[in-house]
Design a protein around this ligand. Structure first.
Ligand code: NAP
Ligand code: MG
Length: 402
């Protein structure tokens, strides 16, 4: 059998710990036997980030802008404990944060559904995709603790030097204040990324904020979404048979719970942070969650939603058996192949992505799964396998479909 050929390389971002181990196995067992793999390789493992003073992360983001599609392994975001462990000269920033800032992106997260694992909300038969705005609000806040008797005001100095003030509160007792901001340009990028993703995946787009209470701040989000939809997307949505609607966040929550899934729920930064964890948990497992960063000019970076699975890695280092779920990492690769195939007009590559995803799901639904799913699956014939055995079982299923 001849291998599938690629045209443009994928930007490959290698990572850390257990997911780095899985990364290599995925390539060896399920990719290079079938695809004449073309990648531009960037080693984002913490050791190499230290060696390159984190330049490798910046380079990988630039390469992503150049080629358009990247696939990323989970990486360590250093904290105090990692400083001696990796002998770091600096507490390097989160690679995801750096890449997100360079691409100006929105993060889309969707669960992978399999028979045997029922969501805690049994009516959720289709996936709910959360689109999280990744700039500003409480993540870029300024806060202060204020004393009794203080008067807090918002002060803005205009470009011409004039000022505007607005009273926040006259404190009769001790208290706290917080200043937030966002940018029209970032909100517009967020809106376009959501509408493009809706068109790409043929799903409705819901957007929710608290505009009845926040009549200027949240209302600005609502207005920008409405204006961009009206001017740029309305006809495309009609043609695709999908719809966009705006609703209050509390109404959205009620509708989401009663829904069957199958749409994109666009959320402000904080709402998206909280709701994506809620949705992931309700669907069963973080290891069954896809994640893609989409930039407004159509650049895509695929990854797993979970971290480097440190606890399993330490077992692996001790020579103990691990049963780590590789599904989210596999779906990062299939997502990237499908997008690359679409952009380069390579139907064979897209078909391979579909077949590999089907093989993964069929394998789990036939009862073969890693420990995390074994704990929650209701299948009667379920069998727990180790990290490598799972990939080999997927390969056996895949071979039958090729
Ligand atoms: P984690 O890697 O998400 O794992 C937390 C726990 O969730 C694991 O110990 C495991 O539970 C379970 N789990 C997660 N993924 C799994 C999988 N694929 N298969 C089976 N079980 C899985 O979080 P962490 O261990 O707290 O963080 C490790 C490192 O990841 C940190 O340095 C953090 O900075 C980094 N991180 C990176 C990203 C990213 O690159 N996107 C995201 C988050 C965190 P059990 O131990 O109970 O089996
Ligand atoms: Mg969170």
């Amino acid at each position: 059998m001849s291998k599938i050929q690629m045209k443009t390389p994928l930007v490959e971002m290698d990572g850390d710990e257990m997911t780095r181990v899985i990364w290599k196995q995925v390539k060896d067992i399920l990719i290079t036997p079938y695809i004449d793999l073309k990648t531009e390789y960037y080693d984002l493992g913490l050791k190499n980030r230290e060696l390159t003073k984190d330049q490798v992360t910046i380079d990988s983001a630039e390469a992503t802008k150049k080629y358009g599609v990247a696939v990323k392994c989970a990486t360590i975001t250093p904290n105090a404990a990692r400083m001696p462990e990796y002998n770091l000269s600096e507490m390097w920033k989160s690679p995801n944060g750096t890449i997100r800032a360079a691409l100006d992106g929105t993060v889309f997260r969707a669960p992978i559904l399999v028979k045997g694992v029922t969501p805690y909300i049994p009516t959720w038969t289709k996936p709910i995709t959360i689109a999280r705005h990744a700039y500003g609000d409480v993540y870029k806040n300024t806060e202060m603790v204020v004393k009794e008797g203080s008067k807090a005001e918002l002060l803005v100095t205009n470009p011409d030097g004039t000022t505007e003030t607005s009273l926040i509160h006259e404190f009769k007792g001790d208290g706290i204040i917080q200043g937030l901001h966002n940018l029209d340009s970032s909100i517009s990028s967020f809106a376009r990324a959501c509408f493009n993703y809706g068109l790409d995946t043929k799903q409705d787009v819901w957007f929710s904020t608290k505009d009845t209470i926040s009549k200027k701040y949240d209302h600005r989000f609502k207005d920008i979404f409405a204006e961009i939809f009206e001017n740029e997307y309305k006809e495309k949505f009609e043609a695709a048979g999908i719809e966009y609607f705006y609703t209050l966040i509390d109404d959205a929550v009620a509708r989401v719970i009663r829904s069957n899934g199958g749409y994109i729920w666009a959320c402000k930064n904080y709402d998206g942070d909280v709701m994506s964890d809620m949705v992931a948990t309700a669907y069963g497992s973080l290891a069954m969650m896809t994640s893609v960063l989409v930039s407004p000019d159509g650049v895509y970076e695929y990854e797993a939603a979970h971290g480097t699975v440190q606890r399993h890695y330490y077992k692996y280092l001790k020579g103990e058996e691990t049963s780590t779920n590789s599904v989210a990492t596999l779906f990062a690769w299939t997502g990237a192949f499908r997008k690359r195939g679409e952009l380069d007009n390579l139907p064979e590559l897209m078909e391979f992505a579909d077949k590999l995803e089907k093989a993964i799901i069929d394998t789990i639904e036939s009862g073969i799964m890693t420990g995390d799913l074994y704990l929650i699956s209701k299948l009667e014939n379920k069998k727990k396998v180790n990290t490598t055995e799972f990939l080999e079982a997927v390969n056996e299923t895949l071979k039958k479909s090729l």
